[in-house]
Design a protein around this ligand. Sequence first.
Ligand code: CTP
Ligand code: CA
Length: 493
Amino acid sequence: MDPYVEEEASRIEREVLREIRPRPEDREKVGRILNWVLRELGRFIETREPGARVRVEGSYAKDTWLRTSPEVDVFLILPRDRGREFLRETLFPQLLQWFSGHNPTTRYSEHPYLVIRREGVEVEIVPALEQSEPGRPLTAVDRTPLHTEYVRSRARDPSLRDEIRLSKQFARNLGLYGAEIAVEGFSGYLLELLTIHYGGFRSLLRNAASWRPPVILDPANHYNGDHRAIVRRFGDKPMIVVDPVDPQRNVAAALSLDRMAEFSISAHLYLTKPSIYYFFLPPLDPLELKRLASTMEPYSQNTLLIRIKLAKPQAPDNLWGQVKRLARNVENHLGRTGYTVIRCRPRAGEEGDQALIACLLEAPTLPQLHTLQGPPFEKKENVVRFIEKHMHTPGAGPWVRGGRLHTFVQRRRINCVDEVESSLSQLLPHALREDAEVMVGLLPWLADELGDEERTWIMEFLWGKPRWLLAYLFTRRGVYAIHRERPPVTARD
Ligand code: CTP
Ligand code: CA
């Protein structure tokens, strides 16, 4: 890296750290809110679950949290004999009830958990069971305290924890952060391991810029450098990072090839010309986005939408799985029937009761006629069958070209909306067949049905610029006009 560019990157990173490193008053605030939650949970345990205990984990316990997204993970741990069903059916509703005065929301991982927001701080209260028996495979809950311990012991130096913060802010801002199926990106723990392994943010980027899949890391050397054994254990994955606390787990298991590629491209672009935009993108002005969308009007005629409303909400990761499958089915089906699909994207609503799929096509209709290639002349049996089938259609031959029979056929359906509608029952995954209301149409026809968030999402879809690309565009100053001039800081209060 050019020394001038290196210096520029250091200057930017110092500036970013001033925004994301918790200040004493941030620590005081989060500490105060955490203490309040711990007191509440103490009383809850006393009255409802005397066998339970509480543990503080996650980025707060590791001191790798960001001032711009203050968040504490609190585990409420019950004796193992309580069982999973008890957690879900009894304890969780009790907790919701207990915190009902504080607007708790529900999120899901393996079980439902509770999120409370106070003064901009998010507290996650995660019900869990006591450790599994020795000798049994570790569960997610067993591993978490081991992760906390590992990161604390490896990142004792506060400046390394700052480097981790830079990695997280970079990935978060570029839309690459989070192991959930909606993102398929980098989890906080994965970025912690990568930053520690490569020895800092910039050197993580330098390595990422030249990643070639499969990237295989085994920070604790569980496999003694035997990469073949690692691949045998974890399969064909773009990235394998063996968990230092559990040789049986790939920390990067949820990372998709595409998110990995985007991280690698972003790293290269940043190292070539660093800018603050890789850490903070100014919010897009909705009006400006609307104007941009109107310049993309012709594309909106080529955009097929499938909108789904569910009677019963599903856990978001579940719904995401279904909607991704549907998007893949639709894309394949349209391809098989003669359409050229430019891109299809799924979206699941946060409440888990609605979903949307948008597909941009080269054209929304197909020509009425299409040529059909028949058998080669040598295969006389097939030749006769082909002739018998098509000879009565006026204009359709069959004729011989290049030694093969040819004919044309009329398409039964020439519109992508009809095509998808008529095959919907095969395309929909099972869980979306019942209690779901499905609408199919071209964007201009469905636009009025959409909510504000969906509309924004579609404009972004049509615009077709992922966040890492926006960072590059802003850096090049080519599209300066699309955001209101304002300080590039998005810190919450
Ligand atoms: N965890 C994990 N694998 C995941 C998600 C979470 O092992 N895909 C564990 C990790 O031990 C992690 C803990 O759960 O430290 C808390 O998860 P999360 O809140 O997602 O990550 P943090 O490390 O707290 O990072 P941040 O909150 O800054 O995103
Ligand atoms: Ca966390």
